[in-house]
Structure formats: structure tokens, C-alpha cells
Design a protein around this ligand. Sequence first.
Ligand code: UDX
Length: 436
Amino acid sequence: MRLSVIGCGYLGAVHAAAMASIGHEVVGIDIDPGKIKTLSDGDAPFFEPGLQQILTEGIASGRLSFSTEFAAAAGADVHFIGVGTPQQPGGHAADLTYVHTAVDSLLPHLSEGDVVAGKSTVPVGTAASLAPRVAATGATLVWNPEFLREGWAVADTITPDRLVAGVPDGPSGERAAEVLREVYHPAVASGIPFIVTDYATSELVKVAANAFLATKISFINAMAEIAEASGADVTQLADAIGHDERIGRRFLGAGIGFGGGCLPKDIRAFAARAEELGKSESVTFLREVDAINLRRRDRAVELVVQALGGSVFGKKVTVLGAAFKPHSDDVRDSPALDVAVRLRGLGADVMVTDPQAIDNARRLHPQLAYEPDRDTAIRDADAIALVTEWDEYRRELTPEHASSLTSGRVVVDGRNGLDAAAWRAAGWQYHGMGRP
Ligand code: UDX
């Protein structure tokens, strides 16, 4: 099929390349000429495992191209909208400017029977408000939320846990659902659930999923706070409750909490939308989820300060990690980088290292010092803080090796990823999150 993908950020670039990899003819469109040039040259504009390969293959096959012109979308059967919906400056609601601009710019190039498939995460009610404009061209709007995780984006796009299509009532909706089924044929044929529903439900599925995940993380982080006050170990607690299949161990990793381009802004936009709907009390708990999450960053900073005798002023602190999670170079709302910035604000001589995210981190926080080589970064540190659990730090850095690089013996494990007993046995003062 012929597809266009509007917006070539984390979502759109991966979607375009992934759709080409399953045999479609795809044009990716973005207003940023730099991004389009990079993609057209076959270079992945950000670090995402597997993306480089499908991008190179797609371009070589002639099925994948990129353009800054909306006119390039003309002739495609399906047009995906994958632009960003960031948090509004000065507020918690989602900024829908890019979605509206993308749809309006696309309208002149739509033909009778086209399907416009919104993938961006939007407040419930957005699709219904956009639908008449699309319908006026003879095309049909569907909402097809994206659930990809950064770091697993290619696999999540090609073989997602489920596909959701929010469609309008009537024959145009039924037909549009069939068109989407065809787009995702390999996934549908392999038995991946394909859920056809109304606009509102499809929009809510996405925000509800992210709200649930954020709540799960903040739940275990709240338990970490109680563990800290009572001498319990939150990692053992998580293991024990996680054996109950109804609870499950995944997303019960206590630490410095969630960040990134989705979870934080999505729960805030959800609460803002609920308030507009007169239902703010239904999601008041999301404020607590947010607050618990942010408190854990304070806690990590406090642990470093306490471990260094009450002040970090003039002390060298090496921060292992800048990305909001491993396997990503994304630093949007990164708890790791936030901890680094706060430590610097307290007068510490902060050195940040990360296998992938240094360039992005430097752009956002040029005041911090960066060193790509892990061992050079650790040299002569008074304290080490692990804040993004890359294998390079969690698995591959042994306490013995760290001891050979510095005489400092303080390690703060912001992700509970290190073997506490091994570090202590090697003479280190180990501090975890919610662990004695
Ligand atoms: C998330 C959703 O998982 C995805 O389905 C949605 O489409 C977009 O938002 P992503 O932002 O890529 O994906 O990251 P995710 O893997 O969910 O992690 C989010 C944050 O939670 C990270 O900062 C991570 O470090 C943190 N986290 C995750 C924890 O603190 N503990 C955990 O147990 C799991």
C-alpha cells in the first residue's frame, strides 16, 4: 500500500521505516529540513536499536522516502499523523498545535476514500473535533494510538501487544478499519489482537495505559519511601509481591522514577482533560503519582549529600547515565539528568557520562561537564551515582574495577541495579533506593 507519515520524530520516523520494512511504499514528511535531510541520507536521527538497519534497507529498496512537502502525501491510501503533543508551556494540558497544523496542511492533498490515521497521544475528544474537517474531503479519520517503548520501538511497531482503531460509526468507519487491518496485515495475521472501537475509547486506551504504568512505578516508589522509614528492602518486597500473577514483577523497579517524552506529560494532560470534563476527582491520584515520582529525584540527591558528609560542595560526583532510561538517547524529562543538575546546583563538581545521550544532554544542559568514556569519568570521583541502568554500569562495572579508578568509596544506586553485597564487600559505602 502507499502510506504517508506526517511527523518524523521518535514515533513517525520509526513508523515510516517499519511500514516500509513490511512492504509498503512510504513517504515520511516533516517540516524540519535538517531532519528530512538526515533521514533521506539514510541516517537515523536518534539512537533506536534496529532503526538504522530498516532505514537503510527501506531507502535502498526505493520504498522509503522523505520530504518536507505535504504535497508528497498525495496519492497515499493512508496518512499517519505522528507529530508531537508536548506539555503546554505554563500549563499541564497537551499542546495540540502540531496535530492541528499537520491535519490542516494535509487536507488539500487528500482524496475521496483516503484514511487519515492519528497516532499521536491526544486528549479524549480530539479525534471527534478533527473528524468533520477530514470528512469534508471525502477521507475518513481513524485514531490508531501508538504504544511503542523507546529502545524497543521497531519491534513494538512491527509486533505490538495489540492494535487499536477508533473509527466513526457507519460504513466509512468499517471500511477504514479494514484498510488499517490491511496495513498491519503481518501483525494481524500472526494473531495480534486488533481492537475496533469508537474515537473516545481509542484515545483513552492510550492515556489509561500510560497512567497505569506510571501508577505502578509510583506505587513501588511509595513502598520504597516506607521501606526507608522502616528498614525494609523494596527490591525484595517487589520480588515477593511480583510473584502474584495479578500484580506481576514488571514495572515494579523502584528508583529515581519515570521520565521521558511520554509518561510525565501524558499523566498531566490526562488530569487536565479530566478537569475539563468535570471529573478531576477521578484522577486526583495522578497528582500523587507525579509527586511521589518527583520526590524520588530529591531522595537520590539527598543520599549523595548524606553519604558525602552533609555537603557535596567541591566534591567530584560522577553521574552514570543521562538518558531517561537505557537503550535510548532521549533526555526529555530525564530523572538522571535532573539529579545531575541538582547536584551541580549544590556545588558539586559533576561529571556526567552516558553511552548514547551526551550530545542531547549537552544541548539541554551545557553547564554540566560530560565525558563519554566511563572509566575516565569515574577517575578520582568522591562518589558515583548510577541513575540510568545501562549494562555498561549495572552489569559490566565491577566494584574492584571502580576501586582501581578512584579512592572515593561512595556509590548511590538510583536504579537499584547493582549487587549491593558485592560493592559492600569490596569496601564501598552502598546506598540504594528503598533498601537498607
Ligand atoms: C512509555 C510506555 O511504556 C509506552 O507504551 C508508551 O507508548 C510511551 O511511554 P517509554 O517512555 O519509552 O514508553 O518508556 P518506559 O519503558 O515505559 O519507561 C518510562 C520510565 O519509567 C523510564 O524513565 C524508566 O526508567 C521508568 N521505569 C520503568 C521505572 O522507573 N521503573 C520501572 O520499573 C520501569
